[in-house]
Write a protein that binds this ligand. Sequence first.
Ligand code: DLL
Length: 436
Amino acid sequence: MSRKYYQEEYETMPRDKIRELQSKRLVEQFKYVYDNVEYYRNRCKEAGVTPDDIKSIDDLDKIPFTCKDDLRATYPYGLFAVPRKEVVRIHASSGTTGKQIVVGYTKGDLDIWDDCAARQLVAVGADEDDIVQDAYGYGLFTGGFGIHGGATKLGCQVIPISSGNTQRQITFMQDLKSTVLCCTPSYAAYLGETLKDMGLTPKDIYLKAGIFGAEPWTEEMRRDIEKSLGLKAYDIYGLTEVLGPGVAFECSEQAGMHVNEDHFIIETIDPKTGKRLPDGEKGELVFTALTKKAFPLMRFRTKDIGVLNVEKCKCGRTFVRMSKPMGRTDDMLIIRGVNVFPSQIEEVLLKQGYAPNYQIIVGRENNTDTFEVKVEMTPEKFSDVIAEVKAQETKLENALLTILQIKAKVILVAPKTIERSEGKAKRVIDTRKLHG
Ligand code: DLL
């Protein structure tokens, strides 16, 4: 029988002990960040906070927030707290402009990440006998490597197949007898469909569990995926800035995601006032990393909206559970698992000599996100020769691909044909209905 927990001592720690541990770690970590990150130290000085003021977790509110803008301002290494030599891995994700946000890990940080991901795998019933098909993207995105590290540490057999090449995914599921599938929920749904299209059923494969995250998905989608692939589908949450997959994980109860509270403090705040909200009230999720050394963010504002539940879970874990993210406070879109900001698109258009008259149209067909960008030609660029228009569209598609790392279909339209707005421009039309 597979084990119930990966690190029982932490995962089932009584809540008062968790608080004690967090309190001790917060005091040490705040001093560590203050001493080692000049940018953050200056922020604290402006706020009039020094390590002497942070005596326990009760002082958390005094600690200034970190936001995505701070990551942009300090690009690439300005928030790192260790000498560059100690950084053994870099990951990155999109910023709101052309520049990526870059994060780093020491060997010790990777070890913590592996533990967090291994906890998730154990929570879905995996052990050394399992074969994990890791179909998250490998590369700068944290999904592939994050799950990979946890699965390796647990002793599973990992198939680092990455995303894409869908028929081969199914062939490997059959031939290599994968038991755990890890990928974005939309890709899981697409794999389910492909299985059917290939004339196969869940009986022809061996999957028992799936770990799906990195983008919003509904309970309805969960049921569909479970049926089409014949597995139990679990949610996993994470973000590049804080760790990657494994910040929070779902257990057998499938009723919220346990936050790895020995490594992170989670808070919900009112996004307008920045005031902390009581548990159970919907607000912006904020994370403080307690143990990471290379890129240790204090009170990072995620812009994800969620709710916390401190009730004891039937699985025996005592870690607080966060709901699925219920939306965002900014305009970030997640398309095919990739984070996209309208401002990135606008920047490309302006650089290519277009006016900022455009519309982003996102939908879902056959469980795959569709992504179109409608752009007005300027009078100078206007042409009614199809081949010329096509060439301009392709050029723009390539420029967008370079910045976004995801393909958009560009449709050029005649000047002055995109509706002008009298108030805020409605640039995004998203028909996916992803928040339940
Ligand atoms: O998506 C890390 C990850 C990889 C998580 C694999 C889970 C599995 P980023 O690319 O930085 O990192 O995107 C982070 O994605 O702020 C949320 O808005 C969204 N997100 C992540 N997990 C979930 C989830 C990875 N389970 C952003 N449900 C976050 C809904 C999610 N949204």
